[in-house]
Structure formats: structure tokens, C-alpha cells
Design a protein around this ligand. Sequence first.
Ligand SMILES: [Zn+2]
Length: 212
Amino acid sequence: MLVEAVQKLFPTAAVRVALDGVCLALAERTLGDAHDVMDALAISISDHISGGVILGGCAVVGRTGNAGSVAHMLVPGFDERCECGGRGCVDAVASGRAIRSWARDRGWAGDSLAALLTAAQSGDEITAAALGRAGIALGKAISSTAALLDLDLVVISGSVATVGAPLWRPLGEAVAGHARPGYLAGLRIIPSKIDGLGALAGAGILALMGNK
Ligand SMILES: [Zn+2]
């Protein structure tokens, strides 16, 4: 329906639609560290979490365009209510909104996500704890996904991923504890080097592919 509506507005244009996560995966596959990898997961963490999967060198789309939505993977040990209506999704623990809300409920007086990330980097205990549990939840979700899809690489972008050790240390520990099958020994999890381009660049790549 969206495609038809946009096509009416721009009758001479080729209209294609892809969701955030698919565009993110395309961007990492074309411009980022996933360019020489056949099987990868791209995750972006800002206010919300989005994700996209590359398997056999191709971005996976899925029936409704939502394949790779790691946001709603269930994480053992967490029971927060998610905006999707369920409980215990990784987005309900590790998205920027969830991290901020958890910290504020425990007395952190700041407001913006940027302020929270700065506070955690400066050693503030509440915000560091919020990012610590986010890292654990992400590490568990990544471990499950990597085991299911036999991944080589996970690339993480978005403002929350730029915070450094308060997120990446617990994330790494969770992966070390949970990504145990031998075939995951070479699994790499790295920050994106094309942060800031992400899904938008992927949308551009999709448009270029359509013109070929
Ligand atoms: Zn959910």
C-alpha cells in the first residue's frame, strides 16, 4: 500500500520499500566491515533497537520486511514490558529509551540519552548499571542469534554503542558466557565504522540497485 501511494505521487520513479534493519544490513554489507563477510548481523541502538541480517552475502528481508528484528528477541532473566505488547524483549531492556527510563526510575536526575551516556562514562553508578544490564541483554540476544544463524560478524552502531566500556564490557562478558558452541569461536562483535550513515545509506544503496 505504501509503495502504491508513493508511486502515485512520483509516477516516474521506481519505488521500493525496505525497513530500517534491512537498510542497515545493506549499508554494512556495502560500505562497512561486513563487506567481506558472508554471514553477519547489523544492530543499531539509539532510542530504539533495529537490526538486519546478511546470510550468504545477501540481506535477508523476510515475509513482511522485518527479518533480523533483534529488538523483539526474548532475553532470559528480564521481564520488562515492551512496546510491542510482550515482555522481556531486548528492546525493553537495551534501547536508549529503556536505559534512560530504568536509570530515572532509580534516581538518576538527568534527562537526555546523551547526558546518560556521558554520566556513565564519568563513572556514575546508576547509569553505568543501566548500561550494564543493557549489555548483558544484548550479549544474550547476540549469542542466540549467532548460534542460530552461524554468524561470523556482528556490527553495532547507534548512539548507545558509542559509549564504550559501560556497554561493551558486559556485552563481551555475556557473549563469552553464552556463545559457547565451538563453531562460534571466531565470532567478532565490533562497533560500526559507518555510524551516522547506517539505514539512510542503505536506503540509497537500495535505490541504486533498483536502477541497475
Ligand atoms: Zn517487543
